[in-house]
Write a protein that binds this ligand. Structure first.
Ligand SMILES: Nc1ncnc2c1ncn2[C@@H]1O[C@H](COP(=O)(O)OP(=O)(O)OP(=O)(O)O)[C@@H](O)[C@H]1O
Length: 312
């Protein structure tokens, strides 16, 4: 195949994502891309002014696809740059949290993940805009999980071990807060909660299904309110999370809408795609329909669920 006919893929590599060393990663990606008749270009993030530098790299290389090589934070940054450009977004999951890759059924095996980029099956998906300021691609939440992520970030123990340590600390004593959700022209709904999740997707990065009723491109998003629960309820909740039945529990409320305002008292930690953004009292969420064209795996399935069916 002549070079002019090959598709160009720009890989945005976050070298600190996850816990694995990334020696020879670019050589490995280049080799696999050659096998699939793709031209690989690279940009390594530094954690400083990456957005501006990546915009320039996109201008310079004019790629057909931009691939985020990292966790959900890297996916979020790249998706924001590709919003409404017509350039496709792909993911090579190498982060400690790879929720969006899980959602799109992208494996961590590099050969398979690049094979999916080569197959080029894509779909325009909705994203969320939070407080007119932050784009959310995978999942954002207030309360328990955001607090875990904040501590995880501070302790600098990366990978799944670091997250699990914080998770079990928090699970023992989740703190409650008041939450008012206003959407459409309905009366505001009031809840006591330990956590409020805002998402268009279905899964936490761990594979737990938090939003069985959502659709990634229907112009709506979901607000999942997890109400305070007795300790013995944890087991039932785990079971429901991993069998896709969380919406049937009385400690869970799910609201679908395209715009909402949430007020929490006292102010709660907010995290967006794995990045802590500080404590907040008021939050405004808006759905941005079909904002980015994303490559997904339409073939193999996860062990328990069938996300590619959900995506269709
Ligand atoms: N070279 C770098 N040095 C330090 N930080 C970086 C670098 N490149 C990117 N970052 C930071 O990495 C974060 C995104 O990491 P990402 O979510 O992709 O991977 P992760 O392993 O899941 O990370 P985390 O464990 O922090 O969630 C962003 O905060 C970004 O600023």
């Amino acid at each position: 195949m002549a070079d002019s006919e090959k598709r160009k893929v720009l890989f945005i590599v976050n070298p600190i994502s996850g816990s694995n060393q990334k020696y020879r990663l670019t050589d490995e990606i280049t080799r696999i891309c050659e096998k699939h008749h793709l031209i690989a270009e690279f940009f390594k993030t530094t954690g400083e002014n990456d957005k501006q530098k990546i915009s320039k790299a996109i201008e310079k290389h004019a790629p057909d696809v931009v691939t985020a090589v990292g966790g959900d934070g890297t996916v979020n940054m790249v998706a924001g740059l590709l919003k409404n450009t017509g350039i496709k977004l792909a993911i090579l999951p190498t982060g400690s949290a790879n929720g969006m890759a899980y959602e799109l059924n992208i494996p961590t095996n590099m050969d398979s993940a690049i094979g999916i980029i080569a197959r080029n099956v894509s779909k325009r998906i909705d994203l969320l805009m939070i407080n007119n300021q932050h784009l959310a691609v995978h999942l954002s939440d207030l309360g328990m999980n955001a607090r875990i992520i904040k501590r995880f970030d501070r302790e600098k123990i990366r990978g799944i071990y670091g997250y699990s340590r914080q998770f079990f600390k928090e699970l023992k004593s989740p703190s409650k807060f008041k939450c008012i959700v206003q959407y459409k022209d309905r009366h505001p709904r009031k809840y006591k909660a330990v956590m409020v999740v805002m998402l268009n997707t279905h899964y936490f990065g761990t594979g737990a299904m938090v939003n069985p009723v959502g659709k990634i491109d229907d112009g709506k998003f979901e607000i999942v309110v997890i109400k305070p629960y007795p300790w013995y309820y944890i087991f039932r909740m785990f079971l429901a999370f991993f069998s896709g039945r969380i919406h049937r529990l009385r400690h869970i409320r799910i609201i679908s809408c395209s715009y909402a305002k949430i007020t929490v008292t006292p102010p709660q930690d907010l995290q967006i795609d794995g990045e802590p953004t500080g404590e907040i009292r008021n939050i405004e969420i808006e759905n941005i329909p079909k904002a980015v064209d994303v490559i997904y795996n339409d073939r193999q399935e996860h062990l328990l669920f069938k996300p590619s069916r959900i995506l269709k």
